[in-house]
Design a protein around this ligand. Sequence first.
Ligand SMILES: Cc1cccc(C(=O)O)c1OC(=O)C1CC1
Ligand SMILES: [Zn+2]
Length: 313
Amino acid sequence: AAQEVTTFGYGVFNNKQMFEAQLIDGVYGMYDSTRGKGVVTNDAKNGNKMVTSSSKMFNQDGAAVDAHANAQKVYDYFLKTFERNSVDDNGQQLISAVHVNTDWNNASWNGRQMSYGDGDGVTYHNFAAGLDVAAHEIAHGVTQHTANLVYRNESGALNESMSDIFAAMVDRDDHEWLIGEKIVKDGRRALRSMSNPAEIVDTRTDSGFSPDHWSKRYIGTLDSGGVHINSSINNKAAYLISEGGKHYGVTVKGVGREATEQIYYRALSKYLTASSNFSMMRQAAIQAATDLYGTNSTAVKAVNAAYDAVGVF
Ligand SMILES: Cc1cccc(C(=O)O)c1OC(=O)C1CC1
Ligand SMILES: [Zn+2]
């Protein structure tokens, strides 16, 4: 069980949780056998061995505490919200590696596990500290085991957008639907904004803009054809479906997070395929909303209006 205490170790600034570490081979380690086939956290700076602690209830590695706590929260979200048992719906272990590389300003899903850099301490904190970052990476695993959207051009932007959407849904208290707000430093507010994409440019892509309408999509070769750039077009649509708003003169009546997360999960797991593009995303969301809430439901109306608003038909 987790309890609120101050955690020693650096890099921890949003998870002050402790762990009932598992006793394995006489050592207390960050291995949670209660979720699926396990949640495990390893230290890339120590032979990628499981992060261990000398005592049952204490761990001094801040990044490890963050990664472990966030992986547990994301596991619980997918099980509770969609009855999905981990990324493969078969309890696959959620394995996190922390302290990957040196001053690494990245996080990733490599097809089998999550990896988190410590950040350079100037532009980024440790990436494991962001609940939305962990959810984003784990959602890449869910996408891989469902539509498996090809990671380039429009299907890749949808792959990215799915990860941002579920990241925003897990990070429930963030009403601005920002991505990475806890891990950016040097005055930036976040990596990306789903509510107002144009406000924050993801500097890692050097594109210079974050489009909030299909007519403004990036069509170059950077960033695998703009997967972290054009994702903001679908991110904005998802935000509008949930929260509503007026965008380029189109008014959307929002239906809330609970309906929106069900629509996108059903679209991802039942209708999207590896080569789906934005127009097929619109059809998949309409079909999912129709299945769930009915042909003339407010949800179907919200989906149509939101994709009208971002110029996807
Ligand atoms: C930081 C970073 C770099 C490169 C790829 C990703 C990636 O996972 O696409 C990445 O992680 C994110 O975007 C998460 C949301 C913060
Ligand atoms: Zn991603």
